[in-house]
Write a protein that binds this ligand. Structure first.
Ligand SMILES: [Zn+2]
Length: 333
């Protein structure tokens, strides 16, 4: 049977094509939440994606605990590490840029102070999106196995085998079997708190279907499908900025969050519309940013994923619950 053009796009499995870094990439800037200055170096490595603090030994991402709140994803060093329980906040945009470019072998080092909350560090804010970092990663990397690039040898070992779950894996708290939700649906009463979930279905290639559903009209209900390679990521996903409800800003700031955000790095939304430097970059910038976040959160698996991931009204918590379930399935495989 002949495949349709969109099937052909996915069948190229472009998201699963890998690249390796040829030169280090450096970033310095304010954390989106702490507002404090942090440094990040991303260096070529033969090992899987790993993270350390300055002067320490890097550990694979798969060994970190994950914690996702409404405002970002934290990687927490394991107890056996010299950095036990220290956490690096807001990792999702950096990891999304790496995953979007197909770079799965690199060592990340974060430097900066723990001022604010002890044990808390943060990734530099990257202007609320992944565009600049992803572009630099692309420029400083080459396709795995491409011997023609600057005379570099074929490095087959740089290819990291994708994880292909053989059965559906879903985030905790999925509503399908939640008894507390059966009564309203039986009586036909509208749900006041609609379910949020993320599920990974077996698939020979990678793609995501992301659904957001916000009461605020400028965001609304949107769906976005993505499964492309580096060029697609740079065009469709990387420029989409983080967003915040105007009514939440005061509460976030008094909780010590969003202190590094500005109208350059975020879209502020209220009933009247949106406010941001230069206007929206896409009419559906919000759902595209959600895809950006999801790709970064799934990268905490530490290797590429060959699956169809469906995320409905999901946030970092559901994304990371799915990643943890995938890790446990992978661990037992
Ligand atoms: Zn984000």
């Amino acid at each position: 049977m002949k495949s349709s053009p969109s099937e052909q796009k996915y069948l190229r499995q472009s998201y699963l094509r890998q690249r390796y870094l040829q030169q280090p990439v450096f970033r310095r800037g304010k954390g989106l939440h702490s507002g404090l200055e942090y440094g990040l170096s991303i260096e070529p490595s033969d090992g899987p994606l790993s993270l350390c603090l300055e002067g320490g030994e890097a550990l694979p991402l798969s060994r970190f605990s994950l914690e996702g709140g409404g405002r970002g994803s934290d990687l927490i060093f394991p107890d056996e590490s010299p950095f036990a329980r220290k956490r690096v906040r807001t990792c999702e945009h950096v990891l999304s840029a790496l995953a979007g470019m197909g770079v799965w072998r690199a060592k990340l080092t974060v430097s900066g102070t723990e001022a604010g909350s002890p044990g808390f560090l943060e990734m530099p804010g990257l202007d609320g999106c992944a565009e600049g970092l992803a572009r630099e990663i692309l420029e400083k990397s080459a396709p795995v196995g491409d011997a023609s690039v600057r005379g570099s040898p074929v490095r087959e070992k740089a290819e990291l085998a994708p994880f292909r779950p053989a059965f559906p894996v879903h985030s905790g708290g999925v509503a399908f079997a939640d008894p507390s939700r059966t009564e309203p649906s039986q009586t036909g009463t509208p749900r006041t708190d609609p379910p949020r979930f993320a599920v990974a279905l077996p698939s020979p290639f990678f793609h995501v279907t992301c659904v957001i559903d916000y009461a605020a009209a400028p965001i609304g209900t949107r769906i976005f499908e993505y499964g492309g390679g580096p060029e697609d990521y740079l065009e469709e996903i990387a420029p989409a900025r983080t967003f915040v409800m105007r009514e939440d800003i005061e509460a976030l700031r008094s909780a010590g969050l969003a202190l590094g955000g500005s109208l350059d790095s975020a879209v502020v939304v209220d009933a009247a519309g949106t406010e941001t430097a230069g206007g929206l970059r896409f009419p559906d910038e919000f759902v595209r940013h959600k895809v950006l976040d999801l790709l970064g959160d799934l990268a905490c698996l530490g290797r590429p994923l060959a699956a169809h991931v469906i995320a409905v009204r999901a946030g970092h918590a559901q994304h990371l619950q799915l990643t943890e379930k995938l890790r446990s399935v992978l661990g037992g495989a």
